[in-house]
Design a protein around this ligand. Structure first.
Ligand SMILES: Nc1ncnc2c1ncn2[C@@H]1O[C@H](COP(=O)(O)OP(=O)(O)OP(=O)(O)O)[C@@H](O)[C@H]1O
Ligand SMILES: O=P(O)(O)OC[C@H]1O[C@H](OP(=O)(O)OP(=O)(O)O)[C@H](O)[C@@H]1O
Length: 297
């Protein structure tokens, strides 16, 4: 099938083709019920249930495709958006791919302040952000900095040991890569996470864009909340309901037992243990927590 000729009239949605963000992106698409089949080695997949085409691209190229309006939507890290210096909307923080772009120096090298690196050689895959950062430190414009910024595409952390850099600017999540390379961080250039990004001048049907955004928001909410059900005596509700106020209000249903009701409420996943403990202490029984597979709020 000539896929390219099937792209007309479809919303083009750019997804990282591999790497750190890929699996989470696929699970967001799945959670949003955007069905597709990606043939091996093909970087375009037509959705089978929506007028959408998924375009699999390097995470670093996605801001340009969306910024220039070639794709209406995309998913990539904010670091990539800032590095590409593209003017796009950032409608949804997808809350994965969290890490920091940091200035890293040899742990035993005597640098404690990034100002000590002015005029030295810095290696990074994020040369634009690094240039801007040092231009600000030097109090000058990007084209006048004395610090030398060199690009490498990967394994940036090896640059100091190999003698091509005095320091590096690279992403840090757990810090394992940094420490294994004998480096330590002395400053943060940027904090980042993956975002749904949107063209400022989308070409597709606004209703379709709104539907996709609302589905992704639903996935985010479903990830953040669980559903908590319990039985309670009506006399205890004044103590129990403040523990489970819900997003708007808890649902209270009659049950076939005089003086008792069933309560259902969304609670934050990260607090569910403490909430169940407190409910039990205040007299709730049959407390159950359920996963929410998707929702619209
Ligand atoms: N260690 C990390 N922890 C969390 N998020 C990360 C980490 N490393 C990278 N990211 C995020 O993922 C994005 C893509 O990084 P990744 O290294 O996967 O890209 P890539 O270079 O396209 O893939 P690959 O390394 O497989 O070639 C980064 O721009 C950043 O937003
Ligand atoms: O703090 P950590 O948890 O160790 O993560 C940081 C590492 O993750 C990223 O690289 P990645 O593993 O994606 O490979 P790359 O070097 O090929 O980009 C980043 O460039 C660091 O090297």
């Amino acid at each position: 099938m000539d896929l390219v000729n099937h792209l007309n009239d479809r919303l083009l949605f750019a997804i990282p083709k591999k790497g750190r963000l890929y699996d989470k992106c696929v699970s967001i698409l799945k959670g949003s019920d955007i069905k597709f089949h990606r043939s091996q080695r093909l970087d375009i997949a037509l959705s089978t249930n929506l007028p959408v085409a998924l375009i699999f691209l390097p995470a670093a190229d996605i801001p340009m495709f969306v910024g220039e309006g070639k794709c209406d939507l995309g998913i990539t890290g904010v670091d990539q958006v800032r590095e590409a210096d593209m003017d796009v909307e950032l409608p949804i923080d997808l809350q994965f791919g969290n890490c920091k772009l940091q200035v890293q120096v040899p742990a035993n090298g005597g640098y404690q302040d990034p100002r000590q690196l002015i005029g030295k050689t810095i290696v990074s895959s994020f040369t634009n952000l690094t240039t801007k950062y040092f231009a600000e430190l030097e109090g000058t414009t990007d084209d006048k900095i004395t610090t030398k910024i060199r690009y490498v595409g990967g394994s940036v952390e090896a640059s100091c040991a190999l003698g091509i850099a005095d320091a590096i600017v690279d992403l840090v999540e757990s810090g394992e890569t940094m420490r294994a390379a004998g480096l330590t961080d002395i400053a943060t250039v940027l904090e980042t996470s993956a975002y749904l990004i949107e063209s400022k001048h989308p070409k597709s049907d606004p209703e379709l864009i709104a539907t996709i955004k609302s589905r992704i928001e639903g996935v985010m909410t479903a990830q953040r909340y669980v559903c908590c059900n319990y039985n309670a005596q009506t006399k205890d509700l004044h103590k129990l309901l403040p523990i489970t106020p819900g997003r708007r209000a808890p649902t209270i249903s009659k049950i076939d037992d005089e003086g008792w009701v069933a309560v259902s409420s969304m609670v934050e996943r990260s607090k569910k243990g403490a909430i169940m403990d407190e409910l039990k202490k205040e007299g709730a029984t049959d407390i159950m927590v359920f996963e929410i597979s998707n929702c619209r709020v």
